[in-house]
Ligand binder design. Structure first.
Ligand code: GRF
Length: 203
C-alpha cells in the first residue's frame, strides 16, 4: 500500500513506520511536515523518502495549504495518509477529499482527553489508566472511529517525561500494527454502525 506520513515534530512514530513496514506491506511514498524544523524530515531523508513542507504561513490561508498538500499526496498516489505527530487540524475539504483514508495516533484513550496536552490532561485529572488510540480522522478533533487502543496504568507521582516515554513505547507498536492491518485490507467500518471498526485479526 502507498502510504504518506504527515508530521510536525521529532518523528519517532514515523521512524517506527519506516523500521516496521517500509519496503514490506507498505511503501512510504512521502513525508510532509507542517514546519520546516520538524526533526522527522531528517529521518525520512535518511530512509530515502521524499519530503516536503506545507506550513500554513506559506499559504494565503489554511484551506489553500490543505489543497496544496492534497495535490502533493495525490501526485504520489498516496492510498493512506498517516498523521504521526501532525499537530494541526486538517480542514473539512481535505478530510472529504481523503475520506476514510486518514488515520491518526493520539496519546490518550479517546474519547477522553482529545486535542493537545493529552498526557498532561490525564495526569492533571488524576486518572489511573490512560493509553493510546489509533483512529480514522473525521471532521472533528480526535473524534473519528477507533481502530486500535491500548491502555497503560499511571503510577503516581507521574513525571510527565517518564509517562511520555511509556506512551511512545505503546505508540511505536500500535501505529505500525494498525497501518499493517489496513494495508492487508483487514480493517473495515461496520456497515450497520459507521462508528464501529471491525478488525479481521486472524493472528
Ligand atoms: C506523539 O505522542 C503523538 O501521539 C502525538 O504527538 C507525538 C509525536 O511524537 N500526537 P513523534 O513526533 O512521533 O515523536
Amino acid at each position: 500500500m502507498r502510504v504518506a506520513v504527515l508530521i510536525s515534530g521529532t518523528g519517532t512514530n514515523l521512524q517506527a513506520l519506516l523500521d516496521e513496514l517500509h519496503g514490506g506491506p507498505v511503501e512510504i511514498v512521502g513525508v510532509a511536515a507542517s514546519r520546516a524544523d520538524a526533526g522527522g524530515l531528517e529521518r525520512a531523508a535518511r530512509a530515502g523518502v521524499e519530503t516536503a513542507v506545507f506550513a500554513i504561513a506559506d499559504h494565503p490561508e489554511r484551506a489553500a495549504r490543505d489543497a496544496a498538500l492534497g495535490d502533493w499526496l495525490e501526485e504520489r498516489s498516496a492510498e493512506l495518509v498517516v498523521l504521526a505527530g501532525f499537530m494541526e487540524v486538517l480542514g473539512p475539504e481535505f478530510i472529504r477529499r481523503f475520506a476514510g483514508r486518514v488515520v491518526n495516533v493520539h496519546p490518550s484513550l479517546l474519547p477522553a482527553f482529545p486535542g493537545v496536552r493529552a498526557i498532561e490532561q490525564a495526569v492533571e485529572h488524576g486518572v489511573k489508566v490512560m493509553g493510546v488510540t489509533v483512529h480514522f480522522v473525521d471532521e472533528g478533533v480526535d473524534s473519528g472511529p477507533i481502530i486500535l487502543q491500548e491502555a497503560l496504568e499511571l503510577p503516581y507521582p507521574a513525571p510527565i517525561a517518564e509517562i511520555e516515554q511509556r506512551v511512545h513505547g505503546v505508540e511505536h507498536r500500535l501505529l505500525p500494527r494498525a497501518v499493517r492491518l489496513i494495508a492487508e485490507r483487514r480493517v473495515n467500518v461496520d456497515p450497520a454502525n459507521p462508528r464501529v471498526v471491525l478488525i479481521d485479526d486472524g493472528d
